[in-house]
Design a protein around this ligand. Structure first.
Ligand code: 6PG
Length: 231
């Protein structure tokens, strides 16, 4: 199983450890931000949730980014009260957003506290005015899910830019996710995948299983050595 055979991958980068991976992705975000702002005056960035991107966000706050021209969105959110410690936007604020000069109106949180259906409908309208996103950062779960698109979950088949998610196997059960279409329409997609826990999912994807993460087209994968199949 060769990494170069990773389906739909535009490029695969292997880093010695999460620190190296985080630094490399933070640099890529800063590069793509500069390019988009130079070309279109704005950088539409969707942040990933979970734990893996936190270190990348911490590094990104020290890089030269014109945050006044950055519009921030979220790839998915957990239906928890606003400000809850378990929310992805809370992690992103603590690791990055409260440390940089981004105007508060440039941060577009998913109103997941309203419940998945209402929040998804509201967020779809927000995304329509921003599409296509310039960059979507993505994690991958041990079952091969990405954002909050889980294997076998009906949300995978939805065509709306933001989709309500129920019965998520990763708590909480109710979530909102960007839809597969909106993710694939983005100009750039970057995966951050670290740790031995992700090996099996990568092996399954390399064997051709159409897990949600494998359905992201032309993605740039950043892996650490611990996540490598057969490692
Ligand atoms: C979430 C995430 C989810 C995450 C993966 C990987 O809300 O849980 O958006 O898609 O990216 O589960 O999570 P870790 O980075 O914590 O392994």
């Amino acid at each position: 199983m060769k990494l170069a055979d990773l389906p739909n991958a535009q490029a695969v980068f292997v880093h010695d450890d999460p620190e190296g991976l985080s630094a490399a992705v933070a640099q890529r975000v800063a590069e793509l931000a500069a390019q988009a702002i130079a070309a279109r005056g704005v950088f539409h960035l969707a942040l990933a949730g979970g734990e893996t991107p936190r270190r990348c966000y911490e590094k990104l706050r020290h890089l030269p980014v014109d945050w006044t021209h950055v519009q921030v969105y979220f790839g998915d959110e957990r239906c928890l009260p606003a400000g809850d410690a378990g929310r992805n936007d809370r992690m992103a604020r603590e690791a990055l957003l409260k440390h940089v000069a981004i105007p508060p109106d440039n941060i577009h949180a998913i109103p997941a506290e309203l419940g998945a259906r209402v929040a998804a409908a509201r967020y779809a309208a927000v995304l329509e005015s921003a599409a296509p996103l310039d960059l979507v950062l993505l994690g991958m779960g041990e079952d091969g899910h990405t954002a909050s698109l889980f294997p076998g979950n009906p949300a995978m088949g939805s065509k709306t830019p933001a989709v309500p998610v129920f019965d998520s196997p990763k708590p909480p059960a109710e979530r909102v996710s960007l839809g597969l279409g909106a993710l694939n329409a983005a100009r750039h997609k970057i995966f951050l995948v670290a740790g031995a826990g992700k090996r099996t999912a990568l092996e399954r994807i390399l064997r051709g299983e159409p897990l949600p993460a494998a359905r992201i087209l032309a993605a740039e994968w950043h892996l650490d050595r611990a996540a490598l199949p057969g490692g």
